[in-house]
Design a protein around this ligand. Sequence first.
Ligand SMILES: [Zn+2]
Ligand SMILES: [Zn+2]
Length: 158
Amino acid sequence: MAHGAKGIEEAVSFSGGCQCGAVRYTIAADRLAAYTCHCRECQKQSASAFGISVPVFKNVLTLEGETASWGRPTDSGSYTHCHFCVTCGTRLYHAGENRPAMVTIKGGSLDNPDDVEPVAHIWVSRRRPWLTLPDNIPQWQTQPQTQEEWMELLGGTQ
Ligand SMILES: [Zn+2]
Ligand SMILES: [Zn+2]
């Protein structure tokens, strides 16, 4: 289960879990990429100013503990399943039907949040006005529209 698409390599393992500890996960990957999203859905989801998304291949994610999910349509015309701990409600990952091989881990759930640093900010048109973003990484007024744009955003890491 815990091997990458290219076969068994000495992948670094990242770990994380929900707030109460009932759900734990590991990610077998050499490194992680993250972006923040400032859209209203992510503000609601995180009950904060923005969401942190860490896209990973589903087959490198190993998860233990009971989760439930809630789903919603997305702006891009797909549907996303949002998985959370049944005990404490912490949102852990999203699985979009348009990219079945991938999930996006919610970055704040990593044991070491410094394992990821955003490579881009999206939906900055919805950014809270009191939040100042660094100007040395890309900012998108909305979000990438094509697979190529997503690859560009993530720096070709996935
Ligand atoms: Zn929990
Ligand atoms: Zn968002």
